[in-house]
Write a protein that binds this ligand. Structure first.
Ligand code: NAD
Length: 323
């Protein structure tokens, strides 16, 4: 592991002026979303991540019903470093008790998030999973409310997140230029699904920064497989299981291959991976460092792409379903 120390690359995030580590720390596991994580492990994981050059941490009041924010807040405080040495994003509009993108709720929710995170401001506040809201409300009410939070210094930048890619174009085509700084897409830039790629030129033309989350497809591209609640079809789960078994047979870890694949596209500022242990942090940072030195393992990547070909770009429904 020593060869990885201090080598993680930073990438600019759109026009924000922020420079994010190419591997970002997804803190949903700290909300016990993928199984129980002790406070000790949460703090140790964040500490190790920061030591290895990860400067970007993402959470939400939704993850573990606020537990993720609380744990991340404790862990960041325990680092004992200057506030400008790390970048934090959290979200609004999605909560354990449901969705509420009203100006009133999101304005209240940032104060609650800041208290749990033990911070005076967050670098990015994102409207969480907007496909579950009314997109016209996001445009006319939520984003203007976030702009006011920006003016008073509680947040630095505004983002939107969601699964269906069309929600991004719907909103970005209708808001004043520069009012949305960042999009966070998930499960659309990994070996099994690369549909985000087609949207990258559009996002660049709008000056919007791109964060891509879930390079391991929320556990599909891991040796242990996905959690019970994973929404993928049995067919997709089975193909990913076969791909993981194939990698193992060839002496390669599918998670490393998947991290490296997602990290290869430099138009993506940070690849947000959920981590809950020092070991996972070290493995994912090592994947990035080795990619920079050796490039992708093309041979095994081609095998995995062939195994996943029948389910390529297969996704699942998310949001308010249209009849
Ligand atoms: P992921 O694809 O990053 O997978 C996480 C799972 O993989 C966890 O079970 C984790 O323990 C495991 N894992 C991590 N590194 C591993 C390794 N080296 N080997 C084996 N297993 C490993 O999915 P995710 O956590 O859902 O996504 C990452 C982050 O992105 C989230 O924590 C969250 O911060 C963000 N995210 C945001 C949204 C949204 O805004 N709508 C959606 C999804 C994810």
């Amino acid at each position: 592991m020593a060869k990885s120390e201090g080598k993680l690359r930073l990438r600019e995030l759109g026009n924000t002026g922020l420079k994010l580590s190419c591997v970002g720390f997804g803190a949903s596991p700290l909300g016990n979303v993928f199984g129980h994580v002790s406070e000790q492990d949460a703090i140790a994981s964040v500490r190790r991540a920061f030591q290895l050059g990860i400067n970007f941490f993402d959470t939400s009041p939704y993850y573990g019903g606020t537990l993720s924010e609380t744990m991340l807040g404790k862990a960041l405080e325990a680092l004992g470093v200057e506030r400008n040495e790390f970048i934090v994003s959290t979200k609004c509009g999605r909560y354990a008790d449901g969705f509420d993108f009203s100006a009133e709720r999101v304005t209240k929710s940032i104060d609650e998030s800041l208290a749990r995170l033990r911070l005076d401001y967050v670098d990015i506040l994102q409207c969480h999973d907007i496909e579950f809201g009314n997109l016209d409300q996001i445009i006319s009410e939520t984003i203007p409310a976030l702009q006011k939070l920006k003016e008073v210094g509680k947040i630095r930048h505004i983002g939107i997140t969601g699964l269906p890619l069309e929600v991004f174009t719907y909103v970005l085509d209708r808001v004043p230029p520069g009012s949305v700084d960042v999009i966070l897409s998930y499960c659309h830039y990994s070996i099994n699904d690369t549909t985000l790629e087609d949207l990258l030129p559009y996002l660049k033309s709008k000056g919007v920064g791109v964060i891509s989350a879930s390079p391991l497809a929320m556990g599909l591209l891991t040796e242990n497989g996905p959690p019970e609640w994973h929404p993928a079809s049995p067919e997709l789960k089975s193909a990913c299981k076969d791909a993981a078994a194939h990698c193992k047979e060839k002496g390669k870890n599918i998670s490393k291959l998947a991290m490296q694949y997602s990290l290869s596209n430099r138009e993506i500022s940070s690849v947000l991976v959920g981590m809950n242990s020092v070991r996972q942090v070290e493995e994912n940072v090592a994947a990035a460092v080795e990619l920079a030195i050796f490039g992708n393992d093309v041979g095994i990547l081609r095998d995995v792409e062939a195994i996943l070909e029948p389910v390529k770009n297969q996704t699942w429904p998310s949001g308010i379903q249209k009849s």
